[in-house]
Ligand binder design. Structure first.
Ligand code: DGJ
Length: 711
């Protein structure tokens, strides 16, 4: 069946992946309606939907309300409208007419449909893009708004331009899954019945934010980890955003997501166009586990710049030293890290300008001469001699008022005239929307990367926007909310193109910049500043709903944990961090010889399974909330081997843990435990489960690696 099928007579388009279809219908009023989002339908089957009566029709309601895939407001419709504009004469809303449609086959096998609309009076066109791939059920969508008039027409104000509105079927009950968070408590999974009205998930901070993440999943309240249908969408944008989940009293439900936040607007000048970021959506069956695996595969296969690459085990100096760093101390840590099997040594904050604390130096990107008298070269050389890659912390979008940069360019920060400049962590945000600031920043970073053999940047962003003004940009001051992100993306793209060996970690006080947009130009994410293993299980569980382990940075730090004060055994801390991209962030100078020796063993064990953790299929065997045990299985795509990581907080009444039924193995095959040599039958592992032999103490854990026996 073709990915996109068209029935001109009924004005239908059926967009299909291997297990789902999204059906669009242009009705007599040129309204684009979302007719079906669910299991696969043929064109003929989709056309039969047009014969079906609309249930519960009332004379006071337009039955189209809440069914529009492209709602431009107006008429007798009062539901959430994803596209809202205002013309210079004060007229609001669009009255679009379809003026054409085309399909393009892309070299990667995907097919893109563009439906082109024009307002029947005003000079504005709207292209709705849908990209479908034959191997996945993820549909990628965006809009392009174009001002087709002349100067005489004046600018059009775009009040809202959601990338996509997804129309859900009638389910009876609706439940929303999202993540909520704060600094050091990111991505906590929350499932809640969808109330009537409009529920807005949003960031007004100029960045993705810790508080919410731009994705949502909806089910009928009965879906579980392994069964049931899930409708989900995710926005690829790293600035302010809005995701509106709407449930009308008529039981119509939509998810609509886009960049910007209330009340930001943009001016579209004659000849200008506004392209929205991509909002991707997917219908899946097989529970939340299957939905997550679909998104993981999407990120691995279609988003990440180097999807097949295994991420190295890293060491980061931040928790060990904070700002107290110099060349000798860093070399000492690097030598200890190398002895553990670390492959990438990252020097964090404090190496540049007068940055000996968080109140000075941000913006002055030259090594501190007192700390690095001969520049970064001696440290980098030593790290490379030790067989590791070298990584460096930067926070390019920021400035401390106490810095040479700010003294020279106080006008380069976001600010409003006559308004206080709010500092957070003693810093202000550079106005990266300004082309001169973006060019200067590129010069600084390019110079740093050209003069030093840097393999990896930890790209931090430690405060949200405030007083987001741009004096001098009177015509369209709100544009900075978009252009900051666009220039950030362009900067990352250019640096990556000019320094092809460079890899980048996205960080924003932990996990404040995690989304499909930043993942297209970075290699991993710093998940949270909270490295307490028990808290991390919860944070990582929420992270895993949409994002794969391949991008989830996780460090083993000291015990007791410097932030929470809680103690946990070394193995437990390691096993928790092994469910993502393993890193070490403790003060290795304070680890005992026994701890260092065990750490080296655990690093080696991780290297033995990381291809499964990072690139395999993830099964949450015991999701958090199911008792005290959390367990995850990672299965090779060819099914030949798997790894299981089990983490148990505490044992009750001496009861031993139940065996863990595994997933996605060959029932006819036998699997050998690489550590013990024990042979298990696939059928027994699938039905009776993997017996766990955890120690009785609190915070017990295990890693099991099973490989299929050759027959
Ligand atoms: C916030 C990050 O999340 C930390 O890991 C560390 O890099 C600090 N910034 C440094 O200032």
């Amino acid at each position: 069946m073709p990915s996109i099928a068209h029935d001109p007579e009924h004005r239908l388009w059926v967009l299909s992946g291997p297990g789902s279809s999204y059906v669009l219908h242009l009705d007599d009023g040129h309204r684009l309606r979302g007719l079906h989002w669910g299991p696969v339908l043929t064109l003929e089957q989709a056309a039969s939907l047009l014969e079906r009566p609309e249930p519960g029709r009332r004379s006071f309601e337009d039955p189209a309300d809440g069914t529009l895939d492209l709602d431009t407001a107006g008429a007798m419709r009062y539901a959430h409208a994803g596209v809202q504009v205002r013309f210079p004469d004060g007229v609001r809303d669009l009255e679009p007419r379809l003026i054409g449609h085309e399909q393009t086959e892309h070299p990667d096998g995907s097919t893109e449909l563009v439906l082109r609309f024009a307002d029947h009076h005003y000079p504005l066109t709207l292209d709705a893009h849908y990209r479908v791939h034959p191997t996945t059920d993820v549909i990628e969508r965006h809009l392009v708004l174009r001002h087709t008039g002349t100067d005489a027409d004046g600018p059009v104000t775009v009040v809202r331009a959601d990338s996509a509105t997804w129309v859900l079927p009638r389910l009876g009950e609706y439940r929303l899954s999202q993540v909520r968070g704060q600094w050091s408590a990111e991505t906590q999974l929350n499932r809640t019945p969808l109330p009537y009205g409009e529920l807005v998930l949003t960031s007004r901070r100029g960045t993705t934010g810790h508080q919410a993440n731009p994705w949502a999943m909806v089910d009928d309240g009965r879906t579980g980890e392994d069964h049931g249908a899930v409708w989900s969408c995710a926005l690829a944008w790293s600035g302010s955003w809005r995701l509106t989940a709407q449930r009308l009293p008529t039981e119509r439900v939509t998810l609509s997501a886009g960049f910007g936040h209330d009340p930001v607007t943009w001016e579209l000048q004659p000849g200008g166009e506004l392209t929205t970021p991509v909002c991707a959506g997917a219908y899946t069956e097989g529970g939340f586990g299957a939905a997550s695996r679909l998104w993981h595969r999407h990120v691995l296969d279609r988003i990440l710049p180097h999807p097949d690459e295994l991420r190295p085990v890293l060491y980061n100096s931040w928790e060990a030293t904070e700002f107290d760093i110099d060349v000798t101390g860093q070399i000492e840590l690097a030598e200890r890290a190398a002895a553990l099997g670390v492959e990438l040594f990252v020097m964090d904050d404090g190496w540049f300008g007068s940055r000996t604390h968080d109140a000075a130096g941000l913006g002055d990107w030259t090594p501190n001469p007192a700390r690095f008298p001969d520049g970064l070269g001696p440290l980098i050389d030593r790290v490379h001699d030790l067989g590791m890659q070298f990584g460096l912390w930067v926070e390019p979008e920021m400035v401390n008022p106490d810095s040479d940069l700010y003294r020279a360019h106080p006008d380069w920060v976001l600010h409003h005239p006559h308004r206080h400049r709010t500092e957070h962590r003693n810093q202000l945000v550079l106005n990266l929307a300004r082309p001169d600031v973006a060019a200067w920043l590129h010069g600084q970073l390019d110079d740093l990367l050209t003069k030093n053999a840097i393999d990896f940047l930890k790209w931090d962003m430690n405060r949200p926007f405030t007083e987001a003004g741009w004096p001098g940009a009177e015509a369209d001051p709100d544009r900075l909310w978009i252009d900051h992100v666009r220039h950030l993306y362009a900067l990352l793209d250019r640096l990556r193109a000019d320094h092809p060996g460079l890899r980048i970690e996205s960080c924003s006080s932990g996990g404040g910049r995690l989304d499909l947009g930043i993942l297209a130009r970075t290699d991993q994410v710093w998940t949270s500043d909270n490295t307490d293993a028990l808290d991390r299980i919860e944070i990582q569980h929420g992270f895993s709903q949409l994002y794969p382990a391949r991008v989830m940075g996780a460090w083993v730090t000291d015990s007791p944990n410097s932030y929470t004060g809680r103690s946990a055994p070394l193995d437990f801390r390691f096993h928790t961090a092994m469910t993502g991209v393993l890193g070490i962030g403790g003060d290795l100078n304070r680890w005992t010889e026994a701890e260092l020796a065990r750490a080296a063993e655990l690093v080696a064990a991780y290297k033995g399974v990381r291809h499964l953790v990072q690139l395999g299929e993830q099964y949450r065997l015991r999701p958090l909330g199911d008792g005290e045990l959390s367990a995850v299985q990672y299965v090779a795509r060819d099914g030949r081997e798997c790894a299981v990581i089990a983490l148990r907080r505490s044992r009750h009444f001496g009861h031993r843990e139940r065996s863990l039924p595994l997933r996605a193995l060959d029932p006819a095959a036998r699997y050998r435990d690489t550590a013990t040599g024990t042979l298990h039958h696939g059928a027994v592992l699938l039905s009776q489960g993997l017996p766990l032999d955890l120690p009785a103490d609190d915070c017990a854990s295990a890693l099991v690696h099973l490989v299929r026996e050759q027959t």
